[in-house]
Design a protein around this ligand. Structure first.
Ligand code: FES
Length: 88
């Protein structure tokens, strides 16, 4: 893929990935409130659904995930992505 990955959250906020450590950090840099706790891949609090695109893991996920689930503290976008955060 060419270009910087574009991240779309909850079919609403869209922004470009700016090489933050993780998708969670990228959302926080945009002041998007996303759930988290451990930031280390073991609590599962940051679980979200990947609706479109691909991510790459930068730290190990120790949580069981369904095929369309990701841990935002552990991955970064590899392509343009569309993510759905759990509703509060
Ligand atoms: S914040 Fe705990 S697994 Fe991501």
């Amino acid at each position: 893929m060419s270009g910087i990955p574009r991240i779309k959250i909850n079919n609403h906020e869209t922004f470009f990935y700016q090489y933050e450590f993780s998708l969670l950090d990228a959302m926080e840099a945009q002041r998007i409130t996303a759930p988290y706790s451990c930031r280390g891949g073991y609590c599962g609090c940051c679980k979200a659904r990947l609706l479109d695109g691909e991510v790459e893991y930068v730290q190990d996920s120790l949580v069981d995930l369904a095929d369309d689930e990701i841990l935002t503290c552990c991955c970064i976008p590899k392509t343009h992505i569309e993510v759905e955060l759990p509703q509060e």
